[in-house]
Design a binder for this molecule. Sequence first.
Ligand SMILES: Cc1ncc(COP(=O)(O)O)c(C=O)c1O
Length: 387
Amino acid sequence: MSMFDTAPAKTGDTFVRHNPNYLKMFYGTDQVTPFWVADMDLPIADPIKDALRYVAERGQFAYEFNSEGIFAAIAGWFDRRHGLTLKPENFVPFPGVLTAISLLIRELSDEGDSVLMQVPAYHQFGKMISSAGREAVKSSLINEGGAYKMDFEDLEAKLAAPKVKLMLLCNPHNPIGRVWTANELARVVEIAERNNVTIISDEIHADIIYGDNRFTSLSALDNQRHVSVLGSPAKTFGMQSISNGYIYTENDAILKRMKHVEDSMYLGHGNAFTTFATIAAYEKGDAWVDELLAYLQGTIDWIGSFLTDELPSVKMSPVEGTYQLWLDCSDTGLEGDALKAKLGEAGFGATPGIWFDEDATRFIRINIAAPRADVQDALRRFKKVLD
Ligand SMILES: Cc1ncc(COP(=O)(O)O)c(C=O)c1O
């Protein structure tokens, strides 16, 4: 029995993932086990809960800033976990990764410019680009029997377009679970550099890496002239509602500009709960994350065997990282609304692929950061309604 086998009790309807109105809207019923939002239905690490208790019980909520403490803790973590040397002074705090990306888009391009993103993509990417008045230029990842790779020829052509000023990269990639290799990333950086395109690298899933795969941050590559990296403890530690995000860049001009944005809009004030929880997570969360990764791997292995042995019409892309699994349901003969109706019938709250790519009508994404038995029950129900 693992500590992750039980989901914490849910009180109230304010958890987005469990909100019955959303479930009814998406699946036609609220009798669904939800695996759609990319947060965690798992017990959180004790040091984080202790830190939150400490702040609550201290009973003092005066102005209190410690972004230096946060960035020293994050730099220590990346050094220990990924062998990456980051300079604490090159971080800029922001309320979240999405806020940081939205501001970078506005600061580093002009209205009417274009931003390249690779699809399937985390669904907020398109919204962040269009709501900033920029055009999203899409480069489709190449699906080779379920395993995805970048289309470098397409990138060469699209990044050369004069209007494309930025590329929004997702590394590791949500929703297809690739952990891009150092070689792939070096190639992307080289093409971007040649075309004067700045890369915004969303690395929020950096710590969820399986087996022999190795996470390479864009900040580890030689050429840093056109690179900004985004991160946050949200995904690693299940701190989605209590985390802040950050930008890390070794480009002095971008650093100065984003420090000015943060300072002039008072975005780095943080919050004592977030501050103490973040430092505790990065300083004392190693053992918990190791256990989490082993648990998630066990769930992935179970799903792999289940699909092969009992539900071969559903195929899983190889999972190198993230707790988002990308499943191809093409062989079920279902797509779009018909596939969604079957999810509702099975009480299986996976996300329809169309959220991530308008062409992915036969795909679904499952967030497996949940007790394994819940995932198993939902997949067994799905098999039953498909039989
Ligand atoms: C790739 C990616 N970026 C950003 C976020 C959200 O970041 P934040 O909550 O810090 O704004 C998510 C959440 O699912 C994500 O998958």
